[in-house]
Structures are given as C-alpha cells and as structure tokens.
Ligand binder design. Sequence first.
Ligand code: ADP
Length: 540
Amino acid sequence: MPARTLATRIALPAGLFTLASVGALSWALIRSQRTNALEEAALGSESIGEAILLAIEHEMRVNERYAIREVLRNLGGHEGIESIRLFNKQGWISFSSDSSEVGRKVDMEAEACVNCHEGPTPAVVLDTEDRARTYRNAMGQSVVGTIQVIQNKPGCQGGGCHPAVEAMPILGVLDVVMSLEAAEARIAMTGWRALIYSLLAAGMITGVLFLIITRSIHRPLRTVAQATQRVTKGVPHVAAPRGSAPEIRILADSVNEVVENLSSSRSQLEAWAGRLEHIVAEKAKELSEARFQIVQAEKLSSVGLVAAGIAHELNSPLMAIITYSHLVRKHLPEESTAHEDVRMIEREANRCAGIIRQLLDYARDQRRNEEVERCSLSEAVYGALELLKIDLQNGGISLHVAVPDDLPPVGGNDVQLMQIFVNLFMNALHAMPEGGKLHIEAGTVERAEIRVVDLPPHPATRFVTVRVRDTGTGIEPEALPKVFDPFFTTKPVGKGSGLGLSVSLGIVRKYGGTILVESRHGQGATFTVILPEHIEPSEG
Ligand code: ADP
C-alpha cells in the first residue's frame, strides 16, 4: 500500500472530524425539532379535541345523537385527523369517525387508556403531554393521540341521560388521534438535508485543507527534498521555493547547514585519506628501500669475502706475468711488433692488477675497522672536482656547485670520501657524452626527515647530505635496483668495472651513512650521499 501523504494524513481526519461534529450537532437539532413537532402535534390534537367538545356540547345536552355522529364523521375525515371517538367510563364506544367501532368496548389496557388507568385509582386530570401518546397504528403509520375528559356538568342530567354530578363526575372520554406522517416526513427531509450539508462541509474542509497543506507544506517539502538529493550529487546549496512558509525556509537553512558541515567533514576526511595514502606510500617506499639496502649490504659483505680470496689467488700469477712481460719487453727491439705486443700484455695485466687492488681495498674496507676522522665533505667534493677538472671541461660539462664551506664535519677518511665523489662525478661524466649540467648541492638534514629505514646505527641526530645531479642518460628502471651491485656495469669493456658505486656505498655505510639514487631514463640521475655529523669521542 503506498504511503499516505502529509496532506491526506491531516485533511482526511480533519474532514472525518468535521463530518462527525456537524453530524452530531445536526442529530441533536433534529431530535429537538422532532420533540417540538410532536409536542406541537399533541397540542394541536388537544385543541381539536377541545374544539370538538365545544362544538358538540349543545348536541350532547339535547341528546342530538345524529348531529354528534355527523360532526365527528365530518371532522374524522379531515386531512391529518386519523380518528375521533367518544366512549363512556366503562369503555363502550358511543360515537366514532369509524362507524364500525360504535357499540364496541375499548381495550382498557390499550394505549389510549393506560396513561390514566394504570394505577388503582384513575388520575382525574393529566397534563397534555401525559395525556398524549405517540405510537404506530395498524398500518404502521406514526400517530399522536390525546384524550379529553368529558366532565359531568349540571346540564347533563336533562332528559335523564346521566346521573347526578356527585354520583359520576366523569362521563366519558373524547379520543382524538392525529397522523404524524407529514411531520415525520418534514423531519426526515431535514435529516437528509443535515446529512448532505455535513457531507458537503466535511468534503469542503477536507478539500481546502488538502489544497492548503499540499501547496504550503507538501510541495515546498518535496522541493527541498529534491534539492537535498541534488546536493548529494554535488549541487552546493538547497534553495527554499519562492514564497515558502518561514518553517520551510528554516528547514532549507538547516539542510544547508548540515550539508556544509557534511561537506567540510568530507573534505577533511578526504584530506586525511590523502595524507594517510601519502604516508602509506612513503612508508612502503621506505620499506622497499630498506629491503634493497639490506640486500645490498649483504651482497657487499659476501662479495667482499669472495673478492678477497680471488684477488689473493690471482695476485701472484698476475705479478709474475707483469714482471716477466716487463723483462721480455726489455730484451726486444723497441720498434718491433713483438715489443708492442708484449707492452700490450703488460698494460692489460697492469689494468687487471689495478682491478685486483680495488677488490682487495674493497675487501679490506669491509673488514677494517678504521679510525674515524673528522672530515669535511666540502673539501672532499672540491678535491674530487679539482682532480677531474680537465675531464669535465673537455666533456662539455657545466658545473653548478652549491656546497657551503661551513658544513658540519662528518666522520670518515678524507681519501675515501674523495674517492666516493670521484666515482660519482666520473659516472655523471660518462652519462653525459654530449655534455650537460652537473649540479652539486650540500646541506644538512635531521634524522627524522630521512626516509631511509635501515641507516646503520649511529648516535648523530644531524646528517650532512651532498646531492649530485646530472642531465645525462639516466638509468633504465630495471637497472636502477642493480647499480650498487658489485660488478654491475653498463659501460663498455675497459671503461667500467662495476665496482665504483658498490665501493662507495660500502665506504659510506661504514661511517653510518648511505647513498640514495633517483633516476628516470632519459632524464638524468641524482645520487645523494648522506653521512652523519661527526661526534667527538668525548661527546659520544
Ligand atoms: P662502473 O662505473 O664501473 O660501471 P659503477 O658501480 O660506478 O660502475 O656504476 C654502475 C652502473 O650504474 C654504471 O655502469 C651505469 O650503468 C650506472 N650509473 C652510475 N651512475 C650513473 C649516472 N650518473 N647516470 C647513468 N647511469 C649511471
């Protein structure tokens, strides 16, 4: 069943209430009208009775029975008069408008007699309303009957008709019965009219209320509800319909307030969600970097051990090759091809010896617990730049250096720190074969701001950073996680050993720092060296 609207819920009960009230009022009025009509009819019947008695008094005194009968017959046939009869004290009917009744005895327990004859002593005089009775006749019609008592008066003994007054004070009764059909019809008509008016009033009140509620409550409410629905789809404001009642405007204002609160809460939630997402993404990145660095550290240490063994084994035969090739070359004529070949052997063997030396250094660095000195990173940077000055110039590299001299000192070893920057600058140079820009910036950062999770343990809270950014080829995404792997290189044979970054990372981690890399292929690369501020032994 569809839900009833507000207008129906209010207008319908109001209409029913009106119908019930007007109906009840009408019913009460009709009842009192009916009582009045009956009383009037009873009075009318009584007046007629009195008039008949006056009219036939003379005939009764002279015992003109025929004249009496004629009067009663004529009046009895008159419209509205149902019957007229006259009977004596014993109930014998002497005259009647219905001639068949004459000579019969009335039923003393009938409705005409009980009013006076119900007690042991008959009442002599009754009030009109007590003497009147309404009932339905044999044809089912509504009638009112009144009786007139015929007193024994001094003139009634003439002709020996009646005994002395003292012996019989009442001679008989005149019973006049009048039809109430006309009065009942009028009352019924009034009742029908009252019913129709009640229905009309109820219908009108229902209709008017329905219209008023629909126009001033239902429709504005529906408009506000539709506007509220639109608000959920992004419309910023609910407008109350023009000409709305103040309550509707208040409702629209409240909805607007709620909407504003909701939207500000939503934007707050979105901001929180965004922040949370950002934090989660950052943490995820930190975790993956940490994992990467742990793996890196493990690789470095295991490679360090392997490298130490291999280097040791290779070193002696390689020294022999260098020594003997040197000796052989001395015995060959300088301009000969053989001399040149042996020189080539000697040179390549020397290159191998260099790599082995690097490996040994690397392995030694892994194990060695060197004394940590107070070093200046700016000196390391400028030292490395000085070393590579010519190469950078020849390579068409423009330098953009922002490294303050007053950077806090870091713990380390001057030579090793410089070696790190030589590696980084050389890599940048190799990545920009057509020339480019090399940005070097330095600064400090608090531990809390560093995203790296697995920084080696160190008591410092402040760190010094050096960012080396080039505009070179950048690093392929798949190569990015491998750049710190020992022996990983993309350079042609003879140009790179793949040890530069792994050795550099090994050095930095040994002093409690790390190196971060960011790069997009084709958009250059950025390496950030992070080292903890030096803490004097007495401070730690
Ligand atoms: P090598 O320089 O001997 O190759 P590294 O360990 O120094 O060894 O570098 C490893 C690899 O990382 C390089 O071969 C190169 O592919 C990549 N790489 C390092 N630095 C850069 C850079 N600035 N730009 C592009 N690629 C780089």
